[in-house]
Design a protein around this ligand. Structure first.
Ligand code: BES
Ligand code: ZN
Ligand code: ZN
Length: 478
């Protein structure tokens, strides 16, 4: 379910309104009676930022922006306030809300609208009581002089894409296998005006993508390798930016079977594939002048009669041989083929997204993205800045060569696991082996899927990475 966001200079007819103020503002509060004003002042003295005036025929929110905070934190607080307002509005069966502020708070009002729309997300398609459970909030009207229609369109594109990525992650594997994922991604990319091609199992065999094929051996569903392209005529770059996303539609661990509890959320193991697809389609929808591609290798990972087993030696797309010592380290195998395949496009930069390691999740939890880079210092700095802007923050881990020692095999070029320590980094080092271009690797195992609601990030698939990439490419295109 999507919330409409639109510009509207006229809010008089809207009986639910949010007024934004600076935290140090002590002028008169607009459209309030003396007693309401009194109430607001008392709430303010209790350090409340969000104050609700329920007049029964109308509901008025006053939000006091934390203007003294750094921009990144200040905007995040606006998104969170937006999500709270959405919750209150839904509990009061409100359908329309107007957001009102002066020009100086244009960034803040956009962040508030973003938090509202993202916080209004629901995944109800498999519930009989969906109609009953559906949130009432439908329309957000932005009444702020400084905001341009083009900015609203971009916000809509990025919010829609984020919610679509959440939908894909929330779909279980019995509803979304590799072929269905590839189909869904391609359809959306074409609708957005970009190109999509799906390599089927025959083609993947012909290309000798041994990583993807080996992981797929235990599955009765064929693997897919999806290639998306957005190449506008006015692109600012000639070499493409390539996004790579892990598309493991379900990860049982394979023969190195996961314990039951660790498997519960493993439908989320295609979150990387979902988010890069969502981001590139948002870039196409917004017609950003950037040449971007996305590669999404996809399969489920299961034990079966013919499944790959620990001890197998497999040959990857680029000819590297890998001794498989844990079939649960499958993500790096399918990604290695995609990263090696990316070389043929002579990319300017490759950014990989994957729910790759429990180690990343244990290191920093759901609050951030574990990040590594090779020969991409400047691009990394810019991506890191985008992470702060959209509050999908990056934590840089080292890529020191010493970590590679752990991946040495006696009988093959590499083994697919390192030791018990530094697991997120050894996974990154494994991927690096298959690259020869500037490379950024982002491990989203922590934040991709959350079991309890966290403000506008919701519950279940978070759609993390979409807003990050959109901000990064939007900056590049300016
Ligand atoms: N998909 C998992 C990683 C994961 C864990 C994602 C938790 C989301 C939440 C990945 O394929 C995996 O199982 N990795 C192993 C690697 C190990 C065998 C070297 C892990 O992290 O335990
Ligand atoms: Zn695994
Ligand atoms: Zn996995």
């Amino acid at each position: 379910m999507q919330t409409n966001i639109q510009l509207s200079p006229n809010y008089a007819q809207c009986n639910c309104r949010v007024y934004l103020h600076g935290s140090n503002e002590d002028g008169a509060i607009p459209e309030t009676t003396a007693s309401e004003n009194d109430f607001i002042q008392r709430q303010r003295s209790l350090k409340k930022d969000l104050i609700t005036l329920n007049r029964y025929d109308s509901v008025i929110f006053h939000y006091f922006i934390k203007t003294e905070e750094p921009a990144s934190k200040k905007l995040e607080l606006c998104r969170k306030a937006g999500s709270l307002i959405t919750g209150e509005a839904n509990s009061l069966a409100i359908t329309d809300i107007a957001l009102i502020c002066s020009m100086q708070f244009r960034d803040e009002v956009m962040a508030l609208a973003e938090g509202m729309a993202l916080g209004n997300y629901q995944f109800l398609k498999y519930r009989k009581d969906a109609a009953e459970k559906k949130n009432s909030l439908n329309n957000i009207f932005i009444c702020c002089d400084g905001v341009a229609q083009a900015e609203v369109n971009q916000l809509k594109a990025v919010v829609d894409a984020t919610l679509w990525a959440r939908d894909l992650v929330n779909e279980p594997v019995n509803k979304l296998n590799a072929e269905q994922l590839a189909e869904s991604i391609s359809e959306r990319m074409r609708e957005a005006g970009g190109k999509a091609e799906v390599l089927n199992k025959n083609k993947i065999e012909a290309l000798k993508m041994g990583g993807l094929l080996s992981v797929n051996l235990g599955s009765i569903d064929p693997p897919t390798f999806t290639i998306l392209e957005w190449k506008p005529e006015n692109a600012v770059n000639t070499q493409p930016y390539i996004l790579v996303g892990k598309g493991v539609v379900y990860d049982t661990g394979g023969m190195s079977l996961k314990p039951s509890a660790s498997m519960d959320t493993m439908k989320c193991d295609m979150a990387g594939g979902a988010l890069v697809s969502a981001a590139i389609s948002a870039i196409a929808t917004a017609r950003l002048p950037i040449y971007v591609m996305a590669l999404i290798p996809a399969t489920d990972n299961r034990p079966d009669g013919n499944a790959y087993v620990p001890g197998d030696i497999i040959s990857m797309f680029d000819g590297t041989t890998v001794e498989v010592l844990n079939t649960d380290a499958e993500g790096r195998l399918i990604l290695a083929d995609a990263l090696a395949y990316a070389k043929k496009f002579n990319p300017k930069l490759v950014i990989n997204f994957a729910t790759l390691t429990g180690s990343a999740s244990r290191a920093i939890g759901p609050q951030g993205i574990v990040a590594m880079q090779v020969n991409a210092t400047e691009e990394f700095a810019s991506l890191n800045q985008s992470g702060d802007n959209v509050y999908e923050r990056l934590v840089q881990f080292p890529m020191w060569d010493e970590y590679k020692e752990q991946l040495k095999s006696e009988i093959a070029d590499l083994k697919n696991i390192g030791g018990p320590e530094g697991g997120a980094i050894t996974a990154g080092k494994f991927l690096e082996h298959f690259t020869d271009y500037p490379f950024i690797h982002l491990d989203i195992a922590g934040p991709a899927f959350i079991e309890r609601r966290d403000s506008y990030r919701g519950q279940g698939g978070t759609g993390i990475g979409v807003r990050l990439l959109f901000d990064f490419f939007n900056k590049l295109s300016r």
